[in-house]
Design a protein around this ligand. Sequence first.
Ligand SMILES: Nc1ncnc2c1ncn2[C@@H]1O[C@H](COP(=O)(O)OS(=O)(=O)O)[C@@H](OP(=O)(O)O)[C@H]1O
Ligand SMILES: Nc1ncnc2c1ncn2[C@@H]1O[C@H](COP(=O)(O)OP(=O)(O)O)[C@@H](O)[C@H]1O
Length: 517
Amino acid sequence: MRPTQDVWEVRGMGGAMDGATLPEDVLRDAPSYTPRETELADLELMLSGAYAPLGGFLTRADLDAVASRGQLADGTPWPAPVTLELPAATVERLGGKRLVVLTDPEGAPVAALEVTDSWPTSQGMVGAGGPLRRLGDGGRHTFARLRLTPQEVRRSLPAGRVLGVVADRPLHRPQLAQITHAARTLSAHVLVFVPVHGPGPDGLAPEVLMRTVLAAGDRLPKATVVAIPLSLRGNEISTALRRARVAQAYGVTHLLSTGETIVSGGGPRVLVPRELAYDKRDGQWRSRDEIPAGARRLPMRQAEINDLLERGFPLPEWHTPPAVAKELAQARPPRRRRGLVLFFTGLSGSGKSTVARSVADSLRESGARTVTLLDGDVVRRELSAGLSFSKADRDLNIRRIGWVAAEVGRHRGLAICCPIAPYAQGRATARRMAAEAGAGFVLVWMSTPLEVCERRDRKGLYARARAGQLSGMTGIDDPYEAPADAELTLDTGALTVDEAVGRVLEHLTDEGWIEPA
Ligand SMILES: Nc1ncnc2c1ncn2[C@@H]1O[C@H](COP(=O)(O)OS(=O)(=O)O)[C@@H](OP(=O)(O)O)[C@H]1O
Ligand SMILES: Nc1ncnc2c1ncn2[C@@H]1O[C@H](COP(=O)(O)OP(=O)(O)O)[C@@H](O)[C@H]1O
């Protein structure tokens, strides 16, 4: 595999919309906005030429034409919607030039959009279509040297057929055998696309996925690896269509299908790989039908791979090249060495802090992980000072806690959180952030009934709420959405503190998050 050192020297994406010649004062007057991650990914694909001939976000007329005829309004064939939403307030502030500066999450300008069409979509948002112009240098990225433009790749490709593969999962031996077989049959050069926009279907961070693909490099025929901000989104057909389109822009003549949906949208020919199995007689991967049942080993399912990794067993060599297995083992250590977010939720007075503190003490004693205790009251003082108990502020509070906890988890520590976290969506966000950081997430619901919490009323808040001196008290006149996804449910009205702590530690031990005491 060739990470194409020669090609990445000539970065500078030379797209049709290049030429940041917009006068400074025009840009200074334009409002700026950071699009959502998926929109930024589309933006990058447009600027690099991977979505050629698309030169901007679709207008309503384009969207109608795409839905009805698979074309843009001007008749150019185009398979799937590529849209941007702006806050209505931003659109209202557009000047005469109707320009908005789109920035990356750090606020660096990426492109200027000339809004030629806008229409209301949802909740204060407006769909915005129009042509784009690049601003800035595209920013810095992990594995930037592999973020090659279609032009750069096409220049470096040998003449003849090009087999495209979208590696959104690590390449184990069966996939490597499929690619090798297809490449040999077609006498094609291999072009591996590694989606680097957000976690892949297995939840691996893009840089981890890239490392596993590069680690498989010496098992592939001559190949070029490209990092592209393609993501799984929309429905499967739209993802497949966009992939085919991007592959075509990069010069792919044949695309090896990796999903269930087989569509090419008039782009490269899509190849459906043969189902392979491992032949125990000679250690080769071949068509499963060619191997007698007794000598056949089917590829491991994702759940089996995850299970081995979680329990700290090496992936077997018959299935996974050792270099790939090493990367995966490093990125996905067994649970006892992985970061963990232990998230308590429940009414005020349900026992969250009391139990969480005791669990924290116990785990500090073992020393297996560093422990950060994000106690509700402490967080409200240190991290969320000034926030109220409105729904929006509670959501923001939980988001902050979830973010900090995920960072602790990313560094393999243990974050123990004990806010009320009354809304399912906020808790789900915290869970997602932990997963994206490669950490575990254990939700403990303190289901202690309101009567018990109210009887305890350590801070006198319930009494004040009942007396009408405090409004928006959770459980009294503010909602608490009982979790349906708790890993553990504890009613401290029926358990002593020690028993509750014991249940938590027992759960963590049983599930492999901590070593037995
Ligand atoms: N209106 C209202 N509703 C609920 N709780 C209130 C309210 N006002 C103040 N408090 C005190 O704030 C603590 C809850 O803060 P949290 O950050 O955990 O709440 S939330 O998750 O953002 O909903 C909570 O602490 P705990 O008793 O430790 O849960 C209360 O002491
Ligand atoms: N089994 C139990 N588990 C936890 N707390 C209990 C238990 N029994 C009584 N308590 C008391 O209930 C109160 C719970 O308060 P706290 O832990 O601050 O709850 P929260 O953090 O959910 O508001 C404490 O005063 C604690 O001593």
